[in-house]
Write a protein that binds this ligand. Structure first.
Ligand code: NI
Length: 226
């Protein structure tokens, strides 16, 4: 399931991120890629332990925490500290699958169930740089407004097409979900979305709302791992 979340960050937050990133030290993006991915990868990243990465990562995490669509679609157990990358003209990331397990800086491991990209450059400021995702429903090409997020199953083959003008800046991170199966997560997200729509028109004690809400929580109880 591929989900777009518009305006995860406000315009002011995007502007702040861009100002802080201007002053960051950028290193070769292959520092954090797996063996196959590192051969396919040509981009720049802010080092994971850089103070800019930590400050801006916390802004992204706070934005995720206040976003009900992210919670509903991902059912997050643990989010990897957000990282920041850029593709200058000529840079690209050919098709790859992200590593299944990541060591979290500061301790522990995380299973990458959901991959996320948060766009930080307005689409009119660069050409190319589309995120191409091979979803169960076919290939999708994604290029969003600055501040918008896309999330997709980490099992998907994906790439970033070469940037041919300008520079594309983004934040990216992985989430371990409480529900590891993408099909189950999709079903829960569809059910939750339906309940929200029903609750917009019906009182919370309506029998239909009550039984659908019960079904949602009872499915979640069966599928969740913590
Ligand atoms: Ni990737």
């Amino acid at each position: 399931m591929l989900v777009r979340i518009p305006q995860l960050l406000t315009a002011a937050e995007v502007a702040h991120c861009r100002r802080v990133l201007e002053a960051a030290a950028w290193i070769d993006g292959r520092a954090t890629a797996g063996e196959q991915a590192s051969k396919a990868k040509l981009n720049l990243q802010v080092p994971e332990n850089a103070p800019q990465a930590r400050e801006l990562g916390d802004i992204v995490l706070r934005a995720l925490g206040r976003n009900p669509a992210f919670t509903s679609a991902v059912l997050p157990l643990r989010v990897y500290p957000p990282m920041f990358n850029r593709y200058d003209t000529g840079m690209t990331f050919r098709a790859h699958v992200d590593n299944a397990i990541r060591h979290v800086p500061g301790g522990g491991r995380l299973r990458t169930d959901v991959s996320s990209t948060l766009f930080l450059t307005p689409p009119e400021d660069y050409d190319g740089g589309e995120l191409v995702i091979e979803d169960t429903y076919g290939t999708q090409s994604v290029k969003l407004n600055a501040g918008d997020l896309v999330l997709y199953p980490a099992t998907s083959l994906h790439s970033v097409t070469p940037v041919t003008r300008g520079s594309r800046w983004a934040s990216f991170f992985w989430t371990q979900s409480m529900v590891k199966d993408d099909g189950q997560r999709r079903l829960l997200h569809e059910l939750d979305t339906g309940i929200r729509r029903a609750r917009a028109d019906l009182p919370d004690d309506h029998a239909g709302v009550l039984s659908l809400t019960a079904a949602y929580h009872n499915l979640l109880r069966q599928w969740v791992e913590m």
